[in-house]
Design a protein. Sequence first.
Length: 183
Amino acid sequence: MSNLTSAGKQREGKSLYIRQKSGKDYTDNIKIIAIDIKTPENLASVYRLADAAGCKHVVLVGDNSTTETKKFSRISRGAEKFLSIEKITHKVFLKDNKKYQPLIALEITTNSENLFETVLPEQCSFVIGNERQGIDEEILKLCERAIHLPMFGNMGSMNVSHALAILLFEWRRQMGLKKGPSI
């Protein structure tokens, strides 16, 4: 027989969302640079993850038409209202990328480091790529380094938004911000 009191009761309603109204736990230390994310599910998840991890800035590079679909709106649940979202072209990003440095690619490369065996910088921009092609070579060359998630099964990669979730919360853990606000 399980003891439900040891885990506590699930939070509901007002007590669950009080902290969300303040925005006090957002950080300017990290940005998410999303390159050509095509599916509404993934881009909406990027927005929700940015908000959940307290990342205020998301930069969309390239094709971002998926934000205009019903599916996107349903999945994002309005997270974009709390974020600073910048939409730019590849050409603009290639020209003005200095303001986002250092860039760290979330990509499996010949030189990528295991996320759990590396120290992440306090300030940076995490670059994620297209669901099929990943981060294109021209943008990958601008990145200071690449990190990857170790894969233990048969698949060689995982969904881009899932990988981003792991990265963002590992960054939070490394920065000593793992306690989080009390509700």
